[in-house]
Design a protein around this ligand. Structure first.
Ligand code: SF4
Ligand code: SF4
Ligand code: SF4
Ligand code: FES
Length: 947
């Protein structure tokens, strides 16, 4: 398949300072050394016919359609596998070449069903185009002989089909699966005429395939074809936009037919993904038109009342009146808002502005509170900026990577493919994780060291690694002397060198053999370029912020910050975690991470908005819940976030929500929080609005409206209308004006505008006069805070202890096919792969408890109990169990506790002491959940109770 908007010069780009000049059909062309003749020809404006070559994978040279003549060379070399040489004279068109190409095409077509008019690829098929290009007029061989025309179609994958009768065995799919995705799910079986493509032993669905779509993208025929194209036909126009799932921030071309999406194609021009995708962004967009979408505003007085569908005016008026009445009765600080990392920068900026300029307090927080708030704190303290230091491309220069508490093949799949590529090229890998994640061992990838620590002992491990660096003479003293605060450094060095931090002393705590720690430290410490990537397994701990600072310490000590190939890189969970934080969604910070206690900053924003900004930080999410329960916090506006499912200790959260007088939920579906709401504002999907997302590498990407919002308003318009109704008008006609305001008020965004984003494609902040096109690598000359600051990171055990009653540790995470609370992905065919959350446990633990695969098991903690189905796997270490939290009825957060990071209150999701036992029925909470769901659905317009 190739796609409108995707020119294909046939072979991958080469980067080299050495240039080569040659002549192609009499045209002089200058290209980097290592470029293929085919790609050079494309630059000269000549499209050489091709079938087995495409620019996303290395040339293979099997189809022989791209033959050319080269002066002084014998025969007809394939232009895709022949590299340019200085002075080369290439001829791409001649009578002989035309004859040879027609002969090749004739052979292909003689084993291809000529049903072009009814083929889904009609009009967008490379085989068809090449037949036209080479001037094929007849096929002499006929279909009487042996052929593959009756081969059976594989429809097992929910999103694409494989029709071998149309396969030309060019192996583009096989190579895409290997090179681009790194999964190695496909093979060419047999030889010559008998060769065929196979996925596993039976079909795609039961193979290793992870449904990334790279093979479908690479296929030049309709052999691998999206079902959406089979059903709806080829698109008529294309809009470039950004995936709304994870923090990789892949760029996509939404291929449209009128207002209907027919296919999402990863954009080759995307700075984060370079034309690759995962199953979520590529295929799981059907939720946008799912029947469960709530499309009309609704209100009710009490959460036990039926919902009433009303006009936007009435809903917004109702909400505004309620919020003002609450403030009049309980005081200005009695209301607040929660922003979402799933919303755009512009939307989150407006919500925090609403809180500060209209509500008149700082009670705004974001879901990053429960994921990456320790990243903000830890990196700001040590390096001076609350963001990752690199771009994704940087991994190509990395010699050793450490992956801590992150599972990129599931949570950041497109970047994981980049990592795996670099690992296959020979980079070293250290994985620090309680589970054997996929990265530990994959086809052609294996970690040199897997530090399978006990959950909750991250800081002990990072300190031990640093201890080895310090005591075995691997410090980069000159780098430290030039760039770091030496007073703090000396204190840290003395602390870390002390015997208490040695791997031998910590072995009993971490469970990781000292020799393994020493080996890993040497691998990283001696690397030319060492990079650290980490995820929520670092932050969601009682020492989350300490661990982030420990990581920064290690990187500074080894001189691994400030250039390509190194750095400290938080892998952000949701699409706009970075942006939600950047936009001032925290109760103590205005946009650009500036503290509300700074009078100059307050004056800047106060003057711009014509208000007085309070100097006191507002409430964090957990404080909002506590204040709700003590009666001082009564009104909450929640934009795009499902706190009732995603926040820890569900019982506590639900009690808090139930005690409020006005909960406003703005979302796509009747999410868990909406069951406790008095106002429902129907939100818009990313396909229905304009804006920007900022990914994990600080890359600001445009989100573009491809269809009108089904509920009539985009999310930013709802916030503007609410502000107006509360008496403070906000004047915007388009989100670009909101970005202009962000740029005016935020130094790191001074140079950002929609015009520039459209021109450059994307921009990594800081973008200002000093860096007009953005900053791929941070801290290049010096740290943003001036001198890098080493911080003492003493290991303190969590108070969440195992004992006889709760002898195991539960840790939570994500899975590839689902996203966060699952509200979107559960409404797609991704449920094919993950239809329920499972409890993973080690075979020893299962045997001890008499549990077999698929049994119902009760998981009980000090906070609550839920029941899940067991999955027995050696991925787990004995004593540790694991689950995901994508289904509300699983109740993973019924079990998690209120423990949190000492600095930021980020919940300690990764460590909950539990008991696990076999059971035959669901938990009491799950029965309650079912009842509540039924009741709330009946309260919807059209439900039983609403009639
Ligand atoms: S499925 Fe497509 S890409 Fe793969 S070998 Fe067949 S024609 Fe080529
Ligand atoms: S969809 Fe991706 S993982 Fe599956 S076979 Fe194709 S390239 Fe491989
Ligand atoms: S979910 Fe993440 S990796 Fe997958 S396509 Fe979207 S942004 Fe890319
Ligand atoms: S495109 Fe060059 S050999 Fe197939």
């Amino acid at each position: 398949m190739y796609s409108i908007g995707h020119p294909d010069p046939g072979t991958p780009i080469r980067i080299s300072t050495e240039r080569v000049t040659l002549m192609i059909d009499g045209v002089s062309v200058n290209v980097p050394k290592g470029t293929s003749v085919m790609r050079a020809a494309a630059k000269a404006g000549v499209n050489v016919p091709k079938l087995c070559a495409t620019d996303s994978i290395e040339a293979f040279g099997s189809c022989r359609l791209c033959l050319v003549q080269i002066e002084g060379r014998r025969g007809y070399p394939a232009s895709c596998t022949t590299l340019v040489e200085p002075g080369m004279k290439v001829t791409t068109q001649s009578g002989k070449l035309a004859q040879l190409r027609r002969g090749v095409m004739e052979l292909y077509i003689s084993d291809h069903p000529l049903d072009c008019l009814t083929c889904p690829a009609n009009g967008n098929c490379e085989l068809q185009e090449m037949a036209g290009q080479v001037g094929l007029r007849e096929v002499r061989y006929g279909y009487a002989g042996e052929n593959h025309l009756e081969a059976k179609k594989d429809e097992s994958n929910p999103y694409f089909t494989f029709d071998p009768s149309k396969c030309i065995v060019c192996s583009r799919c096989v190579r895409a699966c290997e090179e681009t995705q790194g999964t190695f799910a496909l093979t060419v079986l047999g030889r010559g005429f008998d060769s065929k493509i196979a996925a596993g032993n039976t079909d795609f669905l039961s193979s290793e395939c992870v449904s990334c779509g790279a093979c479908v993208q690479a296929c030049p025929t309709s052999t691998l074809m999206e079902k959406s194209i089979e059903e709806r036909g080829q698109p008529d126009h294309v809009v470039a936009t950004t995936c709304a799932y994870c923090g990789v921030g892949c760029s996509f071309l939404a291929e449209m037919k009128g207002n209907e999406v027919v296919r999402m194609v990863p954009d080759k021009a995307g700075g984060a993904n370079h034309g690759h995708s995962c199953v979520k962004g590529r295929f799981a967009w059907g939720y946008a038109t799912h029947k469960d979408r709530i499309t009309k505003p609704m209100i009710r007085e009490k959460i036990s009342d039926p919902w009433r569908e009303v006009s936007w005016d009435e809903a917004i008026g109702f909400a505004a009146t309620k919020l003002r009445a609450i403030q009049a009765k309980y005081g200005p600080a009695s209301i607040g808002a929660i922003t979402s990392s799933r919303c755009t920068n512009e939307e989150t900026f407006l919500v925090q502005k609403l809180v500060r300029a209209v509500f008149g307090n700082n009670n705004v927080d974001t879901c990053a509170r429960v994921c990456h708030s320790p990243t903000g704190y830890g990196l700001k303290t040590t390096l001076g900026e609350s963001a990752g230091t690199q771009n994704f491309d940087s991994v190509d220069q990395t010699d050793v990577m450490i992956v801590i508490g992150a599972n990129p093949t599931d949570a950041h799949p497109v970047f994981a493919s980049r990592m795996k590529k670099r690992l296959r090229e020979g980079a070293g890998l250290i994985v620090i994780d309680p589970r054997k994640t996929d990265l530990v061992r994959q086809p052609h990838v294996a970690a040199q060291y897997h530090l399978q620590l006990r959950p909750g002992t991250n800081v002990a491990v990072i300190n031990s690694l640093a201890h080895v660096i310090v005591t075995e003479g691997m410090l980069r003293e000159q780098y430290i002397a030039d760039r770091c605060d030496l007073v703090e450094y000396e204190k840290w060095k003395a602390f870390i060198a002390s015997a208490e931090n040695s791997p031998e002393a910590m072995e009993a705590v971490t469970g990781v053999p000292a020799a393994t720690i020493r080996g890993a430290a040497r691998l990283y410490g001696q690397a030319r370029n060492g990079a650290i990537y980490y995820g929520l397994g670092v932050t969601e701990h009682s020492q989350g912020s300490t661990m982030v600072m420990g990581i920064a310490n290690l990187a500074m000590a080894t001189g691994n910050i400030g250039r390509e190939g190194v750095g400290v890189n938080p892998l952000r969970g949701q699409n706009n975690v970075q942006g939600a934080c950047d936009m001032g969604s925290f109760p103590h910070e205005l946009p650009g991470y500036r503290h509300v206690s700074d009078p100059a900053v307050r004056t800047l924003f106060g003057d711009a908005w014509g208000v007085t900004i309070l100097a006191e930080p507002g409430l964090r999410i957990p404080n909002m819940f506590d204040a709700a329960l003590d009666g001082s916090f009564k009104g909450l506006y929640v934009q795009g976030e499902d706190i009732a499912q995603s926040d820890p200790d569900t019982h506590h959260v639900l009690k808090a929500l139930s005690s409020m007088e006005c909960v406003i939920v703005q979302d796509l579906f009747l999410i868990e929080t909406a069951k406790y709401a008095h106002v429902f504002f129907p939100g818009a999907t990313f396909l229905e609005k304009d804006g920007t997302f900022t990914n994990a590498e600080r890359r600001i990407n445009r989100v573009r409206k491809v269809m009108p919002p089904v509920c009539g308003l985009a999310d930013w318009e709802i916030t503007v209308r609410l502000a107006e109704e509360m008496g403070v008008p906000m004047q915007y006609d388009h989100p670009s004006q909101i970005m202009d305001e962000i740029a005016k008020l935020t130094p790191t965004f001074h140079g950002v505008s929609y015009e520039k984003l459209d021109r450059l494609g994307s921009i990594q902040w800081p973008c200002n006069d000093a860096a007009p096109e953005g900053t791929p690598t941070m801290h290049e000359q010096q740290f943003v805070r001036g001198k890098g600051r080493f911080v003492i990171t003493r290991y303190v055990a969590t108070t969440e202890r195992t004992n006889r009653d709760y002898p195991m540790i539960l840790t939570t995470g994500r899975i590839l096919s689902q996203y966060n609370v699952g509200a979107q992905t559960r409404r797609t065919k991704n449920t094919t792969w993950h239809a329920e959350d499972l409890l993973e446990l080690h075979p020893h633990d299962a045997e001890f408890r008499g549990i077999v695969d698929g049994d119902l098991v009760a998981v009980t903690s000090r906070a609550g109990e839920t029941v899940l189905r067991a999955k027995i796997t050696e991925r787990m270490q004995p004593g540790v169990v694991y689950t995901t939290f994508h289904y509300p009825e699983s109740g993973a957060n019924v079990v998690t506790t209120e423990n949190s990071d000492w600095a930021t209150n980020c919940p300690e999701y990764k460590v909950t002491a539990v008991q696990v036992r076999k059971t035959n029925q669901r938990s009491a909470w799950q029965y309650e959940f079912d009842e509540n769901l039924q009741e709330q659905v009946s309260l919807l317009p059209g439900g039983d109770a609403a009639e």
